[in-house]
Design a binder for this molecule. Sequence first.
Ligand SMILES: [Zn+2]
Ligand SMILES: [Zn+2]
Length: 124
Amino acid sequence: MSNYTGGCQCGYIRYHLSEEPSSPHFCHCRMCQRSAGAPVVAWANVPIASLTYEGAEPALYRSSESTQRGFCPKCGSSLLVVDDGSEIIDITLATLDHPEEVTPAYDSNLESSPPWMRWESRNH
Ligand SMILES: [Zn+2]
Ligand SMILES: [Zn+2]
């Protein structure tokens, strides 16, 4: 029995995962950027059946023809993305209570990452 818990910024949405998230990764696509208001979003997959809520469930926004994104209707935190008919849901790693426990293993859609995200382009 795993014990992955998480929630939105305001605490209105609280969730529990009964399985370890898989395929943790960064997505740099424009849809994720605009949805989160951030240059990159860390995601991991879980079976929909392993995701339960303690109370309220996320509001859903249809971000493309076959995809919906879940967010807190009170504070706006981006929580999940799911394709129609899929048994798998992607959750945002940063909303886990302990995001350090799941390490992103690869990057997707890097071509949409702004150049200022490159460490070497900054002055330190
Ligand atoms: Zn919230
Ligand atoms: Zn994306």
